[in-house]
Design a protein around this ligand. Structure first.
Ligand SMILES: *Cc1c(COP(=O)(O)O)cnc(C)c1O
Length: 421
């Protein structure tokens, strides 16, 4: 065992630290295992209730009328996520595409969007029109924007309620995950409290959740906690590491219909869209997702515990609650961020020989470095790390299809950082 790790360049000293880290995370694994079990039963029940069968796995072409695989997958997602309706499409390009469709589906000219959890995820800032100068933003369609920042890392409920005095605020955007921010993810019970306070003041306001990286971390999703609609990416949690692309929007049926009208076309909405790839991989990925998310959480816990042992600040700390799969490590210098990403990449199954380099990315304003030696290009449910190249030089790692492979990649990242000194 020692030798096998040593052939990956991991020193005996780091392996000792890794053992300590594994001991430290043991008490925190129970919660993850319980959530995995409960979520797996929910998924299984939805497959049974919707009579998922071999004939649902046939690809379709053209308009995709009466595509029973697609329609059944929509129903399975809706049931598991506690929603009236779900719009799951392999042709959705990314999480940004799904979330942008949700924003444009809900908001109308003259309305304003309120971001309740501070500045939204990098790519969404371009969609809203508060960063960059791209055509077709919310702003160009005369949709206003308000933002209430987090206060000491927590949702500023009073600030949000004050902002709701403005009648033009028609929708609230809540980001569950930390994104590239040094803050804790929002738990489902925090989302529930936030939704009930918003609705008590403004029952007409539509609450939208950016659910990226959150699915299956807890045993409920935001819509069952009072949100109206949520969206996410299939190359993150719900694709279970198998979905080769796609996104979803799920929630109240009328709102999902509005979002599909925007994403596809009014009049067509949920009725068309061929399954060019067999829906099987999407069903199987969703079936695997509770387990894969649990493996990712264990990997994140290990990474946090290991770097804490090595003397770095980490967020969340191993003992803190999690509602997404991201682990942040404050490395403190550009060299260490690059070393971490290169180490992680070099112990990945695909493109291990590639050396990640910071570069501009579409939708992101600062340069970004990304390590993703993944089967599905850029899939961050597979072991991966990203960092915007800006102080204080935090790296964000997430994913891991299997804990043993993620552990190897994390140790390789740590070794590379240690070797800098
Ligand atoms: C990943 C992510 C998105 C969407 O990003 P894509 O790369 O377009 O899938 C949006 N919000 C958050 C919090 C995310 O993690």
């Amino acid at each position: 065992m020692m030798n096998a790790f040593e052939s990956f360049g991991i020193s005996p000293r780091l392996l000792e630290t890794a053992e300590k880290a594994e001991e430290k995370i043991t008490p925190h694994l129970k919660k993850t295992e319980q959530a995995e079990q409960e979520n797996q039963l929910k998924v299984l029940a939805a497959f049974k209730n919707n009579r998922v069968s071999d004939f649902h796995f046939a690809p379709t072409s053209g308009y995709g009328y009466d595509d029973s695989g697609r329609d059944t997958l929509d129903r399975v997602y809706a049931e598991v996520f506690g929603c009236e309706s779900a719009f799951v499409r392999q042709g959705m390009v990314s999480g940004t595409h799904a979330i942008a469709s949700m924003l444009f589906g809900v908001l109308r000219p003259g309305d304003a969007l309120l971001a309740a959890t501070g500045s939204p995820y990098d790519t969404l800032r371009s969609v809203i029109g508060i960063e960059g100068s791209h055509p077709g933003t919310l702003r160009e369609f005369n949709i206003g924007y308000r933002q209430v920042d987090l206060k000491e890392g927590r949702v500023d409920i009073d600030g949000i309620l004050d902002a709701l005095d403005e009648k033009c605020v028609k929708a609230v955007l809540v980001q569950r995950s930390r994104g590239y921010e040094w803050r804790l993810s929002l738990s489902i019970s925090q989302i529930e409290e936030l939704c009930s306070k918003i609705k008590a003041k403004r029952p007409d306001v539509i609450i939208m959740v950016d659910n990226c990286y959150g699915e299956f971390v807890e045993t409920r999703e935001p819509v069952s906690a009072g949100a109206d609609v949520m969206a996410g990416s299939l190359i993150k949690n719900p694709g279970g590491g198998l979905a080769p692309s796609g996104g979803y929007i799920a929630g109240r049926a009328d709102i999902v219909g509005m979002c599909a009208a925007r994403a596809i076309s009014p009049g067509i909405e949920l009725e068309c869209g061929a399954s060019l790839v067999s829906p099987k991989i999407f069903f199987q990925g969703f079936f695997m997702a509770p387990h894969i998310v649990a493996q990712s959480l264990k990997s994140a816990l290990f990474c946090g515990a290991l770097f804490e042992e090595l003397g770095y600040q980490v967020s969340p700390r191993p003992s803190q609650p999690r509602s997404d799969i991201i682990q942040a490590v404050r490395l403190g210098s550009a060299e260490k961020v690059v070393a971490f990403c290169r180490g992680l990449q070099s112990a990945s199954p695909v493109d291990s020989f590639v050396s990640p380099t910071p570069s501009p990315m579409p939708g992101y304003e600062s340069e970004v470095i990304m390590a993703a030696g993944t089967f599905v290009q850029g899939a961050s449910i597979e072991i991966s790390a990203d960092a915007p190249m800006r102080p204080p030089f935090d790296v964000y790692m997430q994913g891991g299809l299997t804990y043993p492979s993620a552990k190897a990649a994390i140790l390789s990242a740590a070794q590379n950082v240690l070797d800098l000194k």
